[in-house]
Design a protein around this ligand. Sequence first.
Ligand code: ZN
Length: 454
Amino acid sequence: MKRLIATLCLLVTAAGIASGQTQVEPDMALQMLNAQQQQFEKGVVKVADNVYTAIGFHGANTTMIVGTDGVIIVDTLFGPTSAAQAADAFRQYSDKPVKAIIYTHSHGDHIGGASAFVGEEKPDIYGTETFGSAEGVNNAVDPVKAKRNVRQFGRNLSSSEMTNRGVAPAGTEDSDRGKGFLPPTVTVPSSGLKTTIAGVDIEFHIGPGETDDAMFIWLPKAKVLLAGDNFYSSFPNLYAIRGTAYRDVLNWSESVGKMAALEPHVVIPGHTMPIQGQEAATTALQDYSEAIRSVYDQTVRGINAGKGPDQLAHEVKLPKHLREKPYLIEFYGTVPHAVRAIYSGLLGWYDGNPTTLSPMEPRLKARKIAELAGGTQKLTERMNAALAEQDYQWALELSDHVKWLDDGDKELARKVKIEALRGLAAREYNAPNRNYYLSYANELESGALSDLWF
Ligand SMILES: [Zn+2]
């Protein structure tokens, strides 16, 4: 793991990464994603005398805490197939019965495999009072969320296009999603809970962050902290491009700050490798809390100075001393997406500029842009030139205008968009962005989006 961290730091330095820009040379993007891959290589890590974490059996981690007359399982993966493999791997270390299952939060990759850990016994199953409120988005938009989820995680990509999901491996077994879910039987109150299970002292701390229903688990004797998804090795996904309600960023920073205050000797993230050693674990949590808070504070300052999200998304940066921390590289979340989420979470969609109170209908705007360019032919030439110059974002924006024009070459615009998306993807080390670009390009190419393009 030390080697991985050293490699990542070297890559970051070599790439001269400015936070908020996740585009580098194609070779560098692949090297970085390959290095990050080591964060979720399949295996069981012993993190303390009685604590074992299984990584890479599915997207998330699952942990076994061994007590005197039984074990406790924290988080249960996505479905019973992957969970059964993790349970088998755990049995090499203990075959004691499962006394309790704990869900750190209700995201599907943490709760769907519980049945695979349980035999004849009926363990207590712990969740917070608000368990199940993870998404908070009206399910009226589930159809489009499902499509965007496939793109974000690159579920339909070919093996040559697949890299990983930023904090999780690609190509997971997903057909049994949620089939092993067992509902909570014990509610952790909003004030938290301290108890003893199978002879192990254990504390449940309410810690909203990635979800409102999240908690973190503290083992005071071993000084082991189980962070759930409020911490993993990547800049946090303060917004998910698959579509989410506002994730309360301030709560998230505060929850991670509370974890840091415990000065753990080990932090076990919801995804990626545990961080061991009091100094390393505590510093990582302090940095993480500070990074989130800094992005929030900078955004709020910008908002109050009258700036809109487009400007702020380019201006807000991680503080210099945090930029090269391996656990804050933007493999999963990104700073600009976080800024936009904070903006709309606090103020809604309107950026305060009266120009945007009633913007032009896209077809009309495309016509005016074409006129400005000297006609549709000239606009099309500029679009082609942008692609040839590898100015991919501009090529995308121009292709979107061309496709709206009655006299525009829609087929050409579509081809330009596909190539520009693949050009951006090749340089992208943020996994959700990369997966989304590639998936969308494939959908455009297959004709699946020919009517809509959104
Ligand atoms: Zn997760």
